[in-house]
Design a protein around this ligand. Structure first.
Ligand SMILES: Nc1nc2c(c(=O)[nH]1)N[C@H]1C(S)=C(S)[C@@H](COP(=O)(O)O)O[C@H]1N2
Ligand SMILES: [Mo]
Length: 404
């Protein structure tokens, strides 16, 4: 496969009723945000850009410089450099921050972290467990990058939080430049406590891998919330609101949740959306990138082959400390080698690993992987099905291998 090739995915997500006014307070000022200077909009809410790279390419570099996945619910705005981020809600002082303010008024902080779509590995869930709704993401909807910009907490400290119950507060991120598939704007929120924790490394990223963000990845500024589902890392960030409740955006309320198994279809799900918390920390995970499903492997004389993949820690409980591989259906496990770069990569990064394992000849052979992290988490041997197919973290698996 040519390395520049990206697998374009057909967006099979169902359309829902637009729902942007959960508390009866429509965002009346959307238009003023939308009038901000946008030079061009690529794609649209009808055909947003959603794609992932072949996973063999993805794991060839610890830092994802090329072919990072794209996930969009609407068009991609090309914003002017007069972009402003407004900070409002339960704060004593509203802020209107220019790009210059973001770059010069606050200490710049660099963080290496994995950013992953909540639907990562949905394809595995749908093929092994049961059909789910959503884009058919494989194992490539994740990138490991170096992001740089001011810490959100420094900005919120300047704005001075003015909330009665700070412990249960939220920080909502919004982008109004374009409509999205299920709402008039895109947004998501995280807990205020996560935002304010110095070691949670939540930043407003201006740079990605040493360069200003590209339009696709959020130029000129996006939230980066390490360890938390990518949907909360809002791109083309226009507004940060401190508030009592989660974001009222469709994608916070009616998507990106691990619904209980009783929510078997859209109708049954109705009663669960409001009582199920929004997905935040992503689960520990690992996948086998090489060999891929269905490969024909010719065994060398020592009977051993190289297996490669990546592993991701649970939310804020990284780094990955160990990865194991099994070629006998989980009876015995061998330790994989975690790459040196990964060992230095910090708690938020993925870990790239390699294992040399013995395989016996035959058909329908499977290779499993499982990861462990500093928080003592490991992958779920019996993952359960959930309607939207988010947060799948069964063992990594390469199957239907023909070994000769
Ligand atoms: N404004 C905006 N921000 C967004 C999205 C979006 O559609 N619009 N998609 C979110 C989702 S679901 C993910 S997984 C990440 C993907 O980031 P990327 O496109 O840079 O890969 O962005 C998040 N931020
Ligand atoms: Mo996502």
């Amino acid at each position: 496969m040519p390395s520049a090739a990206l697998i374009y995915l057909y967006n099979a997500a169902p359309r829902h009723e637009p729902y942007s006014t959960i508390d009866g307070s429509p965002h009346q000022d959307i238009q003023s945000y939308r009038d901000a200077n946008v030079m061009q909009i690529d794609y649209s809410e009808k055909e947003p850009l959603n794609r992932e790279p072949p996973v063999q390419d993805l794991i060839s570099s610890f830092i994802t410089y090329n072919n990072a996945y794209d996930r969009n619910h609407g068009g991609i705005p090309h914003c002017g450099d007069d972009h402003i981020v407004k900070v409002d809600g339960a704060v004593k002082k509203e802020l209107f921050l220019s790009l210059r303010d973001l770059r010069t008024r606050y200490k710049q902080h660099e963080v290496a972290c994995a950013l992953q779509c909540a639907g990562l590995r949905r394809h595995t869930m749908r093929t092994f467990l049961k059909e789910v709704s959503g884009i058919d993401w494989g194992d490539g909807a994740v990138m490991n990058c170096i992001w740089k910009g001011p810490k959100l907490k420094d900005i919120l400290n300047e704005a001075a939080i003015d909330l009665t119950f700070e412990e249960t507060g939220h920080v909502a991120f919004a982008c109004y430049y374009t409509k999205v598939q299920d709402d008039d704007w895109y947004g998501g929120s995280i807990s205020l406590s996560r935002a304010m924790r110095d070691d949670a490394d939540v930043i407003l990223a201006l740079d990605m891998n040493g360069k200003p963000l590209s339009a696709n990845h959020g130029y000129p500024v996006r939230a980066i919330v390490p360890g938390i589902a990518g949907c909360r890392s809002v791109k083309w960030l226009q507004r940060i609101t401190v508030q009592e409740k989660e974001s009222d955006n469709f994608y916070q309320q009616y998507d990106y949740k691990i619904l209980p198994p009783q929510a078997i279809d859209a109708e049954a799900a109705k009663q669960y959306w409001q009582i199920t918390p929004g997905l935040q920390d992503m689960p520990i995970n690992s996948i086998v990138a090489i060999p891929r499903n269905g490969e024909i492997i010719t065994l060398p004389s020592d009977g051993k082959i190289q297996v490669k993949g990546y592993a991701l820690p649970y939310g804020d409980q990284g780094p990955v400390t160990k990865v194991e591989v099994s070629t006998d259906e989980g009876e015995t496990w061998v330790d994989a080698k975690i790459s040196e770069e990964s060992k230095r990569g910090g708690k938020w990064s993925w870990a790239l690993w390699t294992a040399s394992v013995k395989l016996s000849r035959g058909k329908e052979k499977r290779i499993f992987s499982r990861a462990f992290d500093a928080g003592g988490n490991t992958q779920n041997p019996n993952p359960s099905w959930t309607l939207r197919g988010v947060g799948y973290n069964g063992y990594g698996e390469s199957r239907n291998l023909i070994v000769q």
